[in-house]
Design a protein around this ligand. Structure first.
Ligand code: SF4
Length: 458
């Protein structure tokens, strides 16, 4: 969107108003692919029946099915993979951009990369190969954006995501992200800091660092403790209030990282560490390793070093070969670990992923029953944890009037990552306080629901 806007396009969110429609797609699991295809077909109608002149498909579905999309959906005028961002301009009928120094704009190729032994070894084992994928091209994306890349925020300006790395080197058998996004590569440290400073000047107060695996940040640049160093550096930016990161890989959560979180007020005491399962038998088939005991010890360490830490995780239930005993082990682990936030997903059989060839697949009804059962356990844990917050005080970031009723405002504390965790509903504020989205206030929690909270501004 940043490139298009810089090249002179006017961005509209109303498809019926657009001359060019861009559908940005996901290809992570089958339901995401289906949703992407449905959206492309829906948008194609704006071309055949409405005013749109061009339909462009971008993103991961293009990495997976480049040729098929163009062959099977004739309304599509152009496709743009994740590694060819600048091609969006010609696809939309716009002229190429030139950077201020006259060189071609953007898109570094990870030129500071020193290589990451783990990634190179996985590449040699064929982890990133697409040769068996009909309709995909062999070339992997290898771009990185930097602080000069034009960018439009899709979030409210007070809260911005910063992607600090691209790609993933892990071997998880259920996942095709490495084949879609390429080998792990980090953005330059100074580039992330420069972008953060620009965002803060433009009004951002909360920065959320993302990447397929943020905890590997800097390893390919020869940096030790890269994420900890980056968080500490970003926390020095004067007008930043909260810095957080998402998607930690379990065995990459180091003492150094935890100490960085514990010792800086602006680094949120928040850890999102997707564990995917707890039974060693399943984790082994997932090629992730570890198990209940190791995870419990690691959680105990996180809570010891960062006593007020908020923990989020996700699990996949119904993975091929998951026995009732394995599932019970997962449930027992969830009861014991008592996460603050937890998401459970039913296993999705993804063509092209290693797990597709595994035996002992479970019926979808059984998978859904297990997923619901796990969420039921978490609901009780969440209820108990949220109740324990009543009467306590926190800093609150106001997000805006509630979508449910005009009488309430919505906000988040440092315990709530944007878009994913529960909501804090604000139903009381002192007379004379003007409520504005993006402002921080001190609040007291007055009521707890299963996942959401109610608060008064002090
Ligand atoms: S770490 Fe995450 S992105 Fe990487 S392969 Fe595993 S599930 Fe996929």
């Amino acid at each position: 969107m940043g490139l298009l806007a810089r090249a002179g396009a006017e961005i509209t969110h109303d498809a019926s108003d657009a001359d060019v429609i861009v559908v940005n797609t996901c290809s992570f699991i089958e339901s995401a692919q289906q949703e992407s295809v449905n959206t492309i077909l829906e948008m194609a109608r704006h071309k055949t029946e409405g005013r749109a002149q061009k339909l462009v498909v971008a993103g991961c579905l293009v990495e997976r099915y480049r040729n098929e999309i163009q062959k099977d959906i004739p309304e599509v005028d152009a496709v743009v993979g994740t590694g060819e961002l600048e091609a969006i301009l010609s696809a939309a009928g716009l002229a190429p951009l030139a950077a201020p120094n006259g060189s071609p704009f953007v898109i570094l190729q990870g030129q500071d990369k020193q290589g990451r032994a783990e990634g190179d070894a996985r590449a040699a084992q064929g982890r990133f190969s697409r040769t068996e994928w009909d309709g995909a091209i062999a070339d992997l994306p290898n771009y990185l954006y930097d602080e000069t890349t034009p960018r439009l925020l899709t979030t409210p300006k007070h809260s911005a995501y910063i992607q600090i790395a691209e790609g993933c080197d892990h071997p998880c058998t259920f996942c095709i992200i490495p084949q879609l996004r390429g080998q792990f590569r980090s953005r330059r440290f100074e580039s992330v800091v420069a972008e953060a400073e620009q965002l803060v000047v433009a009004g951002s107060r909360e920065l959320t660092l993302i990447g397929q695996d943020t905890t590997c940040y800097g390893e390919d640049l020869g940096l030790k403790d890269g994420l900890a160093l980056l968080l500490e550096r970003l926390a020095q930016i004067e007008d930043v209030r909260w810095v957080r990161f998402l998607y930690a890989y379990p065995n990459k959560v180091t003492t150094r990282l935890l100490e960085a979180i514990a010792s800086h007020e602006k680094i949120c005491s928040y850890m999102d560490v997707p564990l995917q399962h707890a039974a060693p038998n399943v984790l082994k088939r997932m090629r992730r390793g570890a198990g209940t005991d190791i995870f419990l010890r690691s959680i105990e360490k996180m809570r010891r070093i960062v006593p007020d830490i908020t923990l989020r995780t996700t699990f996949i239930v119904g993975f091929p070969g998951e026995t009732e005993h394995d599932f019970e082990e997962l449930c027992g682990f969830v009861r014991e670990a008592e996460f603050d936030w937890l998401g459970a997903f039913g296993y999705s059989d993804q063509e092209g992923a290693k797990a597709h060839a595994l035996d002992a697949k479970l019926p979808s009804r059984e998978i859904e029953q297990r997923r619901k059962h796990l969420m039921q356990i978490q609901r009780q844990i969440s209820k108990k944890k949220k109740r324990a917050l009543v009467g306590k005080e926190f800093d609150l970031l106001l997000e805006g009037p509630s979508e449910e009723t005009d009488l309430l405002w919505e906000g988040r504390t440092a315990m709530h990552a944007p878009e994913i965790d529960g909501t804090v509903f604000v139903n009381d504020a002192p007379d004379g306080i003007e409520l504005r989205a993006g402002d921080f206030h001190r609040c007291r929690i007055t009521k707890a629901h299963d996942y959401d909270l109610q608060a008064s501004i002090l």
